[in-house]
Design a protein around this ligand. Structure first.
Ligand SMILES: C[S@@+](CC[C@H](N)C(=O)[O-])C[C@H]1O[C@@H](n2cnc3c(N)ncnc32)[C@H](O)[C@@H]1O
Length: 327
C-alpha cells in the first residue's frame, strides 16, 4: 500500500488558488499579450480591458508561480509560457486550460452532484461548444501523434483493410493506423462540427485518398458500410451504460465476419480506486456529462458479449478491450 498523505500534502491538495490564477491568465490572453516584449501592467491592462490594480496582483502571482518574470515594473513570459501559452505559438496548449476554465462552474456544483447523484449539465462539451471541443482535440492530436503509431503496432492490424474510427475526433488514430498499415483505408465518423478539424489534419497528413469523413450522430445515424475493424477510442465514457450497449450492438451489425471491435477508454479497475488519474477523471465525468461514467473493462466485455461477439478479451489492462465477430 502507498504511504499515507501528510498534513502538508492535504493542505496542498485543497489549495486551488494558483490553478484559477493560471486559468484566468490564459482566458485573459495575458501570455499572448506579452509575446515579443516585456510590458507594464498598465499596458497589458489597457490592451485586454482589465483593471490595472487587479491585473497587477494577478501578474505578480504569476511571477511567483514562475510563469512570468518581472524586471522593474515590466512583466515578460518565461520560455515555457512563450512556447506553450502564447496563442500563436505552434505548441500552444492553452485550449486544454480553457476547457478546464469553462468547466469551473460545473465543478462548483460537485457537492450538489454528490448529494443528488445528478449532473449539473445536460450535454457534453462537443455539443455545447464545438469550437472549444475542436480546439481541445487539436491539442490532443498534437500530443497523440506521438503515441498513435505505437498503439497501431500493438494492435497488430496487418490483415485489416477497412477501419471505422467511431467518434474519431481529429482523426489521430485513423491517421496513425493508416500510416502504419499501407493497405488500410479508414472512415472517421464524428459530429459535423468536429469533422471540420479532421478534414484539416487528414490533409496535413496527405491521406485524403485513404481516409474519408462521415458526419453524424453515432447513436442515431447509419454508420456507413461494413468494416473489418472498428475503433471506439475515448467515446464511451460520455454515455450511460444502456446507450453504450446499444452502440456496441449497432457496431456489431456493421462488422464483417471475423471483424474486430477495439474499444480504448479510461477504464477503472474492479475496485474503482485505480488508475489514480482515472478515479479523478470519473468525478470530472460526473459533473461534466449528463449520464457519462468511467466503466470497467468487464462492463465493455459484457456489452460485446451481449451484442453477439464470439470472443472477447482485455488486450491492455484498464485501457483496451476487443471483441471478434465469428468468422
Ligand atoms: C474525447 S474525443 C475522442 C476522439 C478520438 N476518438 C480519440 O481517441 O482521440 C470524443 C469524440 O466523440 C465525438 N462524439 C461525441 N458524441 C458523439 C456522437 N453522438 N456522435 C458522433 N461523434 C460523437 C466528439 O465529437 C469527439 O470527437
Amino acid at each position: 500500500m502507498s504511504r499515507e498523505l501528510s498534513l502538508a500534502e492535504i493542505f496542498q491538495l485543497g489549495y486551488y488558488w494558483e490553478t484559477k490564477i493560471l486559468l484566468t491568465a490564459v482566458k485573459l490572453e495575458v501570455f499572448s499579450e506579452l509575446e515579443g516584449r516585456a510590458k507594464s501592467a498598465d499596458e497589458v491592462a489597457e490592451r485586454i480591458g482589465a483593471d490595472r490594480r487587479a491585473l497587477t496582483l494577478l501578474l505578480n502571482a504569476l511571477v511567483a508561480m514562475r510563469v512570468l518574470t518581472k524586471e522593474g515594473d515590466r512583466f515578460a513570459n518565461t520560455e515555457t509560457a512563450r512556447r506553450y501559452l502564447v496563442r500563436r505559438a505552434p505548441q500552444y496548449v492553452g485550449h486544454l486550460l480553457l476547457l478546464h476554465d469553462a468547466e469551473w462552474n460545473n465543478w462548483g456544483k460537485l457537492e450538489e452532484a454528490v448529494r443528488t447523484g445528478r449532473s449539473p449539465v445536460s450535454r457534453h462539451v462537443f455539443e455545447t461548444d464545438p469550437e472549444l471541443g475542436s480546439n481541445v482535440l487539436s491539442v490532443l492530436h498534437r500530443i497523440g501523434q506521438q503515441s498513435g503509431p505505437e498503439l497501431a503496432k500493438r494492435l497488430k492490424l496487418d490483415g485489416a483493410r477497412t477501419l471505422l474510427d467511431l467518434g474519431g475526433g481529429a482523426g489521430t488514430n485513423a491517421i496513425a493506423f493508416c500510416q502504419t498499415y499501407p493497405n488500410l483505408t479508414a472512415t472517421v465518423f464524428d459530429l459535423p462540427a468536429t469533422l471540420r478539424l479532421t478534414e484539416r489534419t487528414i490533409k496535413e497528413a496527405g491521406l485524403e485518398n485513404r481516409i474519408k469523413l462521415l458526419p453524424g450522430d453515432f447513436n442515431r445515424d447509419p454508420l456507413g458500410g461494413s468494416y473489418d475493424t472498428v475503433l471506439m477510442s475515448d467515446i464511451l465514457h460520455y454515455q450511460d451504460s444502456s446507450t453504450n450497449a446499444a452502440l456496441v450492438k449497432k457496431v456489431f451489425a456493421h462488422l464483417l465476419p471475423g471483424g474486430r471491435l477495439i474499444v480504448k477508454d479510461r477504464f477503472l479497475d474492479q475496485s474503482g480506486t485505480s488508475p489514480a488519474w482515472t478515479t479523478a477523471f470519473a468525478v470530472h465525468i460526473l459533473v461534466n456529462t449528463e449520464r457519462g461514467a468511467c466503466y470497467t473493462t468487464a462492463d465493455a466485455l459484457k456489452w460485446m458479449t451481449e451484442a453477439g461477439f464470439e470472443s472477447v478479451r482485455e488486450l491492455e489492462p484498464t485501457a483496451v478491450v476487443e471483441g471478434v465477430k465469428q468468422g
